[in-house]
Design a protein around this ligand. Structure first.
Ligand code: PGA
Length: 251
């Protein structure tokens, strides 16, 4: 049985005070959440400590949004694995398209960061996905296979989560059709040596599309940006409804 993993990615949003306010609204809604769903919040570095304290005793795991490959050193602006685990971080997003696009992240640095995460007992959430141009040019499959090949060199696939995030669907409200996301995620799974790696879909996941997304057989969870910032919308997402087979067929 593959795990269900739902992660919020707060990106560069929320001060410490705002993060505490969020948790007050969000944590009570988890009482209804089935136990087989892992819930993660990937928060900005300055929020990690306070969110860690506030999550104590809850079922939510703490996540960060980046990790450097060295244990320490002269790397201004970076953060290391031991610094993250010290404050209770368990997961870390690696290779998000915003890091690739704006901060020069490459498949090679993504690979270094994934291996470092695993070395320090953090579970990496590896993001892969194509641009609109690449999709229109019919390059989606080749690109994703290439991203996976490079990112996963010498990586332990027993301690890994993958997120398929088509770049054109991120923050645009333009969700990838659930069936198409299911197809690409099936392709990703076919490239892995461990078929039980949880594979999430990410890109404009919202309360009104989560049930259909989670009804797809290959999709094991979601990586949620904008809709993870409000307690009500993220609660609805983690408490997604399992559609009956008739509803799934209709969609
Ligand atoms: P979005 O972001 O849900 O706001 O589209 C997803 C992500 O970037 O992980």
């Amino acid at each position: 049985m593959r795990k269900i993993v739902i992660a919020g990615n707060w990106k560069m949003y929320k001060t410490q005070a705002e993060s505490q306010e969020f948790l007050q609204g969000f944590l009570p809604s988890l009482e209804q959440t089935p136990q087989d769903r892992d819930v993660i919040l990937c928060v900005p570095f300055t929020d990690l400590n306070v969110v860690s304290k506030n999550l104590h005793g809850s079922r939510v795991h703490l996540g960060a949004q980046n990790v450097h490959w060295e244990e320490f050193g002269a790397y201004t602006g970076e953060i290391s694995g031991p610094m993250l685990t010290e404050v209770g971080v368990r997961y870390v997003i690696v290779g998000h398209s915003e890091r690739r696009q704006y901060f020069g992240e490459t498949d090679e640095t993504v690979n270094l960061r994934i291996k470092a995460a695993q070395r320090y007992e953090l579970i990496p959430i590896l993001c892969v996905g194509e641009t609109k141009q690449q999709r229109d040019a019919g390059e989606t499959e080749r690109l994703i296979i290439n991203q996976l090949e490079k990112a996963l060199v010498d990586v332990d696939q027993n301690k890994l989560v993958i997120a398929y995030e088509p770049i054109w669907a991120i923050g645009t409200g333009d969700t990838c059709e659930a069936k198409e996301a299911n197809r690409v995620i099936g392709l990703i799974r076919s490239q892995l040596s461990n078929p039980n790696v949880p594979i999430q879909y990410g890109g404009s996941v919202k309360p009104n599309n989560i049930d259909e997304i989670m009804a797809q057989p290959e999709i094991d969870g979601a990586l949620v940006g904008g809709a993870s910032l409000e307690p009500e919308s993220f609660s609805r997402i983690v408490n997604y409804k399992v559609l009956s087979p008739e509803n799934t067929l209709k969609s």
